[in-house]
Design a protein around this ligand. Structure first.
Ligand code: NAD
Length: 502
């Protein structure tokens, strides 16, 4: 059997139970069908039905939030080492089911296996990393002042809501939920309606690892009902959200009445700036990797190439040659780089930019076409002869589509790079260290890599500025979100207290 056939065969084995039972909510360690009619989830590969999924409403969210609130005191007070051991067992459970997770994720999202097998293992790494922080997460400082010893500590904020998108659902869910549990919070997770499979596997793994019922609840469904109800629920203390910038602003509005703490990881239109003096071979590899891997459906993708005009012609020509070699195909084929877009609505959105580019006067130098009659496949695309005011340079397309814009000077490159509503990542290619320091200092982005693609190091802060988000994840920053600082001041003597009315 070819690898593709083997993978399809194994996938079918993993899907059998989903096909038979559908996906239900998981509340307090039990399945709940919910009262609303279930919806169908289909594969973007061939539009075939995968299974039915419970459609959560305000009642289901209420049951899940109550379960999370009830489970909170015991989880908060469990000795740190016991919480740590459970999280390590979750990581082991993920590793043991990594193949199942990766195959289901590919079938559900259209992402290529070569990237999703790593994403599954990255999920385990997230659990291991935050498990290691459990025993110190609540530590604080002692700050002496005249007459007082001030002692700080951190406490878990309470039950939290986690709302995740469809692009790399497994990895992102672990990235949010692992630190919440490590902090001592309980969780209600609302996964994206378009990609429910791996969230179900994940909650099962957690329960098998010994997580007490109610600590992690999952309610499937759509943003406007389940998602909204989660943001509005009074028992939920904070919302950790990953998704579009437009939705991020809705999350804040919906959470306003109950004064929710919101952490928003949103969209991007990230620049990669290539100067003439850069190592152009490596820059080329990185530019291609950061827009054509993970279907271009990644928030940190470098979707705007700013290239110095002296090297533009050659760089674009080499790009075209490489782009035309990128294999689009079945996500479970090990050779595939780009699979289908997640669904019809997103596919139509991405391909609409082919016409928008033409109307704006840009050139389609590569791609610009869909592929096949079934499945949401399109060719990796490069737009050239573009300027930064075009829609293809301003709007997040969220597909394998790159817009190339020339610049003549460092000042112009910086101006173009910052001329966007977003500010998630930036990538700079130059061999001039002084320029790199000057440029990165002024570039408006939460994360910047110099002479590198995006390489995550879990202790570093992850997040964006402007319309790309509010707040940071990673390392201790995650705990700052999921925990409250508490200060206790102890009098060290009998200082003078103003005697009003004496
Ligand atoms: P989306 O905003 O449409 O949906 C994300 C989640 O929010 C889904 O679970 C959805 O059901 C829910 N939702 C929608 N409306 C809601 C509402 N009114 N209230 C509560 N929940 C609601 O995003 P998407 O299309 O699933 O994902 C793609 C987007 O995510 C892109 O913009 C991408 O850049 C962004 N993203 C950002 C990061 C980051 O770290 N900055 C990472 C991955 C993806």
């Amino acid at each position: 059997m070819s690898d593709l056939a083997t993978h399809l065969d194994r996938l079918e084995g993993h899907l059998a139970r989903f096909r038979q039972h559908g996906i239900k909510h998981r509340i307090a360690g039990r399945d709940h069908a919910g009262s609303a009619p279930a919806f169908d989830t289909r594969s973007p590969v061939d539009h075939s039905l995968i299974c039915t999924v419970a459609r959560g409403d305000a009642g289901d969210i209420d049951a899940a939030a109550r379960a999370a609130a009830e489970a909170f005191p015991a989880w908060r007070d469990l000795p740190a080492r016991e919480r740590r051991d459970i999280l390590i067992r979750v990581a082991e459970g993920i590793e043991a089911r990594a193949e199942e997770i990766a195959l289901c994720e590919c079938w559900d999202t259209g992402q290529a296996l070569r990237f999703m097998s790593k994403a599954a293992l990255r999920g385990a790494e997230n659990f291991r990393y935050f498990a290691d922080q459990v025993t110190s997460a609540r530590d604080g400082k002692t700050l002496q002042s005249p007459g007082l010893m001030n002692v700080t500590s951190r406490k878990p904020i309470g039950p939290v809501g986690v709302i995740t998108p469809w692009n790399t659902p497994f990895m992102l869910s672990t990235w949010k939920i692992a630190p919440a549990l490590a902090a001592g919070c309980t969780v209600v997770h609302k996964p994206a309606e378009l990609s429910p499979l791996s969230a179900r596997i994940l909650v099962e793994i957690a329960e098998e690892a010994g997580l007490p019922p109610g600590v992690w609840n999952m309610v499937n469904g759509f943003g406007e009902d389940a998602g909204r109800a989660l943001c509005e629920h009074p028992a939920i203390r904070a919302i950790a959200f990953v998704g579009e910038s437009r939705t991020g602003s809705l999350i804040q509005k919906q959470g306003a009445d109950t004064l929710k703490r919101c952490h928003l990881e949103l969209g991007g239109k990230n620049p990669v700036i290539v100067f003439e003096d850069a190592d152009l071979e490596r820059a080329l590899d990185a530019v291609i990797f950061m827009i054509y891997s993970i279907n271009g459906e990644r928030c940190t993708s470098s979707s705007r190439l700013l290239v110095e005009d002296t090297i533009r012609e050659e760089f674009e020509a080499r790009l075209v040659e490489r782009i035309n070699n990128i294999k689009v195909g079945h996500p479970l084929d090990p050779e595939t780089v780009i699979g289908p877009m997640i669904g019809k609505e997103h596919f139509d959105k991405v391909r609409s930019y082919f016409d928008i580019a033409r109307e704006d006067g840009a050139t389609i130098a590569a791609g610009g076409e869909t592929l096949g009659d079934t499945g949401y496949f399109l060719r990796p695309t490069l737009f050239t002869d573009a300027h930064n005011r075009m829609r293809i340079a301003q709007e997040e397309i969220f597909g394998p589509v790159l817009t190339s814009i020339p610049f003549a000077s460092e000042a112009e490159a910086l101006e173009i790079a910052n001329d966007t509503d977003y500010g998630l990542t930036g990538y700079l290619w130059t061999s001039d260290l002084t320029r790199a320091m000057r440029f990165t200092d002024r570039l408006e982005a939460g994360m910047i890599w110099v002479n590198s693609e995006n390489i995550r190091h879990l202790p570093t802060p992850f997040g964006g500025v402007k319309a790309s988000g509010i707040g940071r994840d990673g390392g201790d920053w995650s705990f700052e979100f999921y925990m409250e600082q508490k200060l206790v001041g102890f009098a060290t003597g009998e200082h003078r207290i103003p005697r009003l009315g004496a």
